[in-house]
Design a protein. Structure first.
Length: 270
C-alpha cells in the first residue's frame, strides 16, 4: 500500500493552491469514498467512465464544469460516476484501495464491457497510478494535464533525451513516498515500449499548461492519435475542450456507442 505524507504530496504538486495547505477538509479520507452517479438516460450502458478530481476540487466539479454534459450530448452508451477522490486519500495511502472497493468494484459488478478513468491534474496522476496498481480494472485512461513528477525528476528525464532514453530504476512491487514518481515513470516507459501490460493510455494538455513540460515526455512516446492538444493552461476550459476531442476521436467513443437505433426505436420509427 502506498502511503504518502502530506509534504510529499503537496510539495510535489507545484501548482497546489497555498490556501489549501491548511484546509483540513481536503486531507480527510472518509470511508466509504463518496461518489456521484450520472447514469445514461438511454439505459443499459456498455461502458463506465470514472471521473477523478484535481487538487482542490470535489466530485461535483465534473457536472459544474460541463464534463458530464460533454459525454451526454454525444449519446454514448456510458454511465458516469464522479469519485470524490480528494488528496486525503492519496496522503493516507488508501486512494487505490478505496476507489476500487467503494466506487469501481460495485459498479463493475453490473457487467460493463469497459471501464475508463478520466481526470485532470492530480486526477490525471490518479488515473495512471490506479492503472499501474490495478491493471485488471481498467480498459483505458485519459490523463488531462497530469502531474508526472517533481521538477528535478522531470529535468532528469528531459536531459536524458526523453522518457524512452531515460535509464529508469528497477521495478518495485511496493510503492512508497520515496519511489512512487520514479516507479510510475518507469512503468510508463515499459508500457509504451510494449514490455509491460497497460490499459489504453491517452494524454491531453493545453499548450500553455504549467505541467506541459512534463506531459510532453509521455506524449512523445504515445501514438499520435492518443495525444490531444488545445490552447490554454491548467484550468477547466482547456480540460473540457480536450475531453471533447477525445470523445469525438478516441477509442472510448469507438467502443461505447449504442447500436444503430436507440432502445425501443426501430427503423420504422415505431
Amino acid at each position: 500500500m502506498l502511503r504518502l505524507d502530506r509534504p510529499s504530496v503537496a510539495l510535489g504538486l507545484l501548482w497546489l493552491l497555498p490556501t489549501l495547505a491548511g484546509c483540513g477538509l481536503f486531507w480527510r479520507a472518509p470511508v466509504p469514498m463518496r461518489a456521484i452517479d450520472y447514469p445514461s438516460p438511454q439505459g443499459q450502458a456498455k461502458c463506465l467512465v470514472v471521473f477523478l478530481p484535481g487538487m482542490g476540487d470535489e466530485a461535483e466539479a465534473f457536472a459544474q464544469h460541463g464534463m458530464v454534459e460533454e459525454i451526454r450530448r454525444r449519446s454514448l452508451a456510458v454511465d458516469v460516476v464522479a469519485a470524490n477522490a480528494t488528496i486525503g486519500y492519496y496522503s493516507h495511502g488508501v486512494f487505490a484501495d478505496r476507489l476500487a472497493t467503494d466506487v469501481i468494484a460495485p459498479r463493475r459488478a453490473r457487467g460493463y464491457q469497459q471501464t475508463w478513468l478520466i481526470g485532470p491534474s492530480m486526477g490525471g496522476f490518479g488515473t495512471l497510478f490506479y492503472a499501474r496498481q490495478r491493471l485488471g480494472d481498467v480498459t483505458g485512461v485519459l490523463a488531462l494535464a497530469p502531474f508526472l513528477g517533481d521538477r528535478g525528476l522531470i529535468d532528469e528525464v528531459r536531459q536524458a533525451g526523453g522518457l524512452d532514453r531515460w535509464k529508469g530504476p528497477p521495478r518495485v512491487d511496493q510503492m512508497n513516498s520515496h519511489n512512487y514518481q520514479r516507479e510510475l515513470l518507469r512503468w510508463l516507459q515499459a508500457a509504451t515500449r510494449g514490455q509491460e501490460p497497460a490499459p489504453i493510455l491517452n494524454i491531453g494538455f493545453g499548450n500553455t499548461d504549467k505541467l506541459a513540460r512534463a506531459d510532453q515526455l509521455l506524449a512523445a512516446v504515445l501514438p499520435p492519435d492518443h495525444v490531444f492538444h488545445t490552447d490554454g493552461g491548467h484550468n477547466w476550459g482547456p480540460w473540457r475542450a480536450l475531453l471533447a476531442q477525445f470523445l469525438d476521436r478516441g477509442d472510448l467513443a469507438k467502443s461505447c456507442r449504442y447500436s444503430q437505433y436507440p432502445m425501443g426505436v426501430h427503423a420504422s420509427g415505431q
